[in-house]
Design a protein around this ligand. Structure first.
Ligand code: FDA
Length: 398
């Protein structure tokens, strides 16, 4: 059996790529349904892109690598495709676009595009062995329990990262890279809740369920969004974002309610009605348990009227620059993405084809390009898949 192109992984990138390559394409996946991550993404509404997507929103050992694909298939191209398919959407916050109804509308749109362009889709199929041949690649597969062999000129690896093994994530793509002597930048969980231990964990646990606006910084990066206290430590958008920049041993710096000058407000109140406890006064600006924790952390007790400027300066440090050292992350079990991946030095940025092996492509999350939280990772999947798909189609036509 012969196909021009075989794409491994019918997730975001694989579906998009198959819609470009068209006839002579086989898209396969070991799962029972395509696009499982699309289905569960964005709380079931898929944050499918971001209005402000730009290369600055991506982490990679080579920050320039993503520029070509992102500029040739942009968020506006995907938005046009979504609009044409009649899928209603809205901006939630910070340019993040979500479906009004269900994520599966995105999967259906891409699946329809792939199949109507002539691609075949095989589910519950695993790739057991790959070999390079003079004509391309020879594959041994198991399809619904039955072994079979086929040959192809182009092999596209779109098996994603390691995040959420429960829904089918594997390290397959990295293993194929190693088989073909391609370097893999070390992988780790990204966009993931951070865990703590010891007394810090006890303090954080006491506030589990509380959220507050916060600016969280680590390693020169900084994000302003919501922070959530959990039973294991910290989560919420601002912590997920910073987790991709955080390395073991680094402190986080937390600035609560960065848009307010709480200390100035407390000083004003001290002159007018200072006969309330300092933590009660602070709780007018922040959740009560957090206010109490910050006052204790600054060593403050008693009434607001009793606090001198030095006391309030200590509270300001606690509010504006709380230093906390995470013990680790929740890992791939809950991470939204995998940082690192197939080293981009070995890929052509315009086509995503490996430089050393004609016809072998890596697209989507398996590549060492990782986006911020907010629709950026899907945009990378669409853009990289489109770039590879177009290159394959054009090579087939020439
Ligand atoms: P993806 O993981 O989508 O697809 C890989 C496919 O390969 C899967 O279908 C898998 O079954 C298959 N596969 C793996 N190993 C295989 C093997 N050995 N044989 C055959 N098939 C194999 N991003 C974003 O921009 N907006 C959002 O709202 C969210 N939300 C979100 C929520 C959650 C809970 C997670 C875990 C992740 C997100 N993301 C996200 C990230 C986003 O889902 C992710 O970056 C893209 O799906 C990556 O697309 P890929 O196609 O590269 O991998």
């Amino acid at each position: 059996m012969q196909y021009q192109t075989v794409i491994i992984g019918a997730g975001a990138a694989g579906l998009m790529c198959a819609a470009q390559t068209g006839p002579g394409t086989l898209l396969l996946d070991h799962a029972k349904a395509p696009g499982e991550k699309i289905r569960i993404s964005g709380g079931g509404r898929c944050n499918f892109t971001n209005l402000y997507a730009a290369p600055e929103n991506f982490l990679s050992a080579n920050p320039h690598f993503c520029k070509s694909a992102l500029s040739r298939y942009t968020q506006w191209d995907f938005i046009a495709q979504v609009s044409e398919a009649g899928i209603a959407y809205h901006e939630k916050t910070l340019g993040q676009l979500f479906c009004d109804e269900k994520s599966v509308q995105i999967t259906q749109m891409l699946r329809t595009a792939a199949l109507s362009n002539g691609a075949d889709l095989w589910l519950e199929t695993t790739l057991d062995q790959v070999e390079k041949t003079p004509q391309g690649y020879s594959l041994r597969l198991t399809r619904r329990g039955k072994p079979l062999s086929l040959a192809c000129a182009n092999l596209v690896i779109a098996t994603g990262g390691k995040s959420i093994p429960k829904i089918g994530a594997t390290d397959f793509g990295y293993k194929i890279a190693q088989q073909f002597d391609l370097a893999v930048t070390p992988t780790r969980a990204g966009l993931v809740p951070l865990t703590f231990s010891g007394q810090v964990l006890e303090d954080l646990k006491a506030m589990a369920g509380i959220s507050a606006p916060a600016r969280v910084s680590a390693n020169g990066a900084s994000f302003d969004e919501g922070l959530l206290f959990t039973h294991r430590g910290l989560s919420g958008p601002t912590v997920l974002q910073i987790s991709s920049y955080w390395n073991e041993g680094d402190d986080l710096r937390i600035h609560f309610a960065p848009d307010q000058d709480i200390i100035a407000a407390l000083k004003t109140q001290r002159g007018i009605s200072g006969r309330i406890t300092i933590s009660k006064a602070l709780s007018a600006h922040l959740p009560a348990k957090l206010a109490q924790f910050l006052c204790e952390n600054a060593g403050l007790s008693g009434n607001l009227a009793d606090q001198n400027d030095g006391d309030l300066a200590r509270l300001k440090t606690s509010l504006d620059a709380l230093a906390l050292r995470p013990a680790g992350t929740e890992g791939y079990r809950t991470a939204e993405v995998t940082l690192g991946g197939v080293n981009t030095d070995q890929l052509n940025a315009r086509t995503l084809e490996t430089k050393a092996h004609k016809g072998l492509y890596f697209i989507g999350e398996v590549v060492d390009v990782t986006g911020w939280l907010g629709g950026y990772n899907f945009q990378w999947a669409w853009s990289s898949a489109w770039a590879a798909g177009q290159a394959i189609r054009q090579a087939g036509q020439s």
